[in-house]
Design a protein around this ligand. Structure first.
Ligand SMILES: Cc1cc2nc3c(=O)[nH]c(=O)nc-3n(C[C@H](O)[C@H](O)[C@H](O)COP(=O)(O)OP(=O)(O)OC[C@H]3O[C@@H](n4cnc5c(N)ncnc54)[C@H](O)[C@@H]3O)c2cc1C
Length: 256
């Protein structure tokens, strides 16, 4: 209850609409993917505008079990679980119907540093392990507090950053494309109906579900628009449209 109250309080606090129409980066979606992107960008000094049509942050992760398969973590070691990237790779490739070996290799090698370490440094506590079907060992890490325990700390970290601003109840309606590049987003305020364009050299689409993100990508009409590859280990080049590894767990995002 306290956690929910804190979340709502935090969500209501940054309601003031910023006056400037430009920012270093725009992130569409305040789910776990969008919050991860916003936090990383803000840590590197960028000013970030996060736009979400909901009035609370966290997206679907709030409903989730907060369970993530991770490999070679301190929790596994202290629980006596002997795991390795090689073992996980064999499990995932054997189990996955359409497993992409390149993606699997990147994931199993990096999940400890890029997911476990990153999340625990942000305040997530993993305090349980489970062995889901198809896994040789217990590697499903259970966040204390389930979905809220996973995404709540990221939301709190974002709220602490003065260089991250949230626009709630605001739906991104269209990516603005100029001279062959995405330069902004047309946004509608769902409370007032007011429409406004926001500009940024970097636009991240983190609206959930790869099909949705692909629609955004295709809507730009840019020649090198590519289908989204969440967690791609080797982002395709050249710009202006890149699919990238701004992704944690099963969430994904697309950077224009
Ligand atoms: C019941 C349940 C249990 C789950 N359990 C697990 C689990 O244990 N482990 C696991 O790994 N995964 C689990 N998942 C899946 C996981 O929750 C999702 O994969 C993850 O939360 C997706 O995050 P995301 O940030 O990519 O997208 P989302 O969480 O969908 O966030 C997208 C955000 O974008 C906003 N948005 C969308 N369109 C627009 C627009 N046009 N303009 C402005 N804002 C927009 C939405 O309001 C939302 O806040 C579960 C899901 C559910 C529903």
């Amino acid at each position: 209850m306290r956690a929910w109250a804190a979340a709502l309080a935090g969500t209501l606090a940054p309601f003031a609409v910023p006056s400037a129409k430009t920012t270093d980066a725009i992130v569409i979606g305040a789910g776990i993917a969008g919050l991860s992107c916003a936090l990383e960008a803000a840590r590197s000094g960028a000013t970030v505008l996060v736009i979400d049509m909901s009035t609370v942050g966290g997206g679907h992760a709030i409903l989730s079990n907060g369970a993530v398969c991770l490999i070679g973590t301190p929790l596994q070691a202290s629980s006596g679980v002997a795991d390795s990237p090689e073992l996980a790779r064999a499990d995932f490739v054997a189990r996955g119907e359409d497993a992409d070996p390149g993606w699997v290799a990147a994931y199993v090698e990096r999940s400890k540093t890029e997911i476990y370490d990153w999340l625990t440094e942000a305040g997530v506590i993993f305090d349980g392990l489970a062995k889901p079907p198809g896994n040789s060992v217990a590697r499903l890490h259970l966040a204390r507090g389930k979905g809220w325990g996973l995404v709540g700390p990221l939301l709190r970290e974002c709220f602490r950053r003065p260089n991250i601003t949230f626009l709630w109840a605001s739906r991104a309606e269209k990516l603005i494309v100029e001279r062959g590049a995405v330069t902004g987003v047309a946004v509608a305020n769902l409370r007032t109906g007011a429409r406004r364009d926001w500009r940024a050299p970097v636009v991240v689409v983190a609206t959930g579900a790869s099909r949705t993100i692909w629609k955004w990508c295709a809507s730009t009409g840019l020649p090198n628009s590519l289908p989204p590859v969440a967690c791609s280990s080797a982002p395709p080049t050249p710009p202006p449209v890149r699919v990238t590894s701004w992704s944690r767990g099963s969430a994904g995002a697309w950077v224009a």
